[in-house]
Write a protein that binds this ligand. Structure first.
Ligand SMILES: [Zn+2]
Length: 185
């Protein structure tokens, strides 16, 4: 059995380890430098009409991604939270990349305009916002564009088709979409 001074020193050592581990965690999570938010302006400058984009290059910029979100479509580019994710998407069509490519196809059939696509996206988001009281993240998950992308992201080739199923969801009330969503889960 260790003597009291030895025990005290061991306890101090353990506390020290625990503290340094906690500090390392905090610094890697909280103090990690964010990417430059203005870097996306350069992408905006290079943006082309949806019909002129055949493949969306992925670039990392964690600033605009909310925690828990790994990628988003940004005017013909895919913005990812990590460089690793961007590198993977740039060499192969992952299910997440297919999800984003479906958004590209959807932008084709909103008049081949990114602006119209995002305005509609925001409109559907706002319309479904009251559903957040009954379902977690409803405004996002019940967005017709997201409903279609989530339903078909595991379906090879879907990203090359028309991708206009969102119109069917858009014709329904957000509350109807929510009921359907919960039945399917
Ligand atoms: Zn999406």
């Amino acid at each position: 059995m260790a003597s009291p001074p030895e025990q005290l020193s061991k306890t101090c050592q353990r506390t020290g380890y625990a503290l340094s581990a906690a500090l390392a965690r905090i610094s890697s999570v909280r103090l990690k430098p964010k990417d430059n938010p203005l870097a996306l302006l350069r992408l905006l400058w290079k943006a082309r009409r949806p019909s002129c984009v055949s493949d969306m290059p992925a670039v990392r910029n964690s600033f605009w991604l909310r925690p828990g979100y790994t990628a988003m479509t940004f005017f013909g580019f895919i913005v990812t939270a990590s460089q690793e994710e961007a590198d993977t998407m740039n060499v192969r069509l992952t299910r997440l990349k297919r999800h984003e490519m479906i958004h590209l196809r959807q932008a084709h059939n909103t008049g081949d305009s990114w602006v119209r696509f995002y305005l509609l996206y925001i409109w559907y988001y706002l319309r479904a916002l009251p559903q957040n009281r009954r379902m977690k993240n409803a405004a996002y998950l019940l967005n017709p564009f997201e409903m279609e992308a989530y339903r078909h992201m595991d379906e090879p080739g879907y990203e090359q088709g028309e991708a206009c199923e969102w119109r069917r969801w858009a014709a329904m009330k957000p509350s109807e979409r929510r009921r359907l969503f919960s039945v399917e889960r």
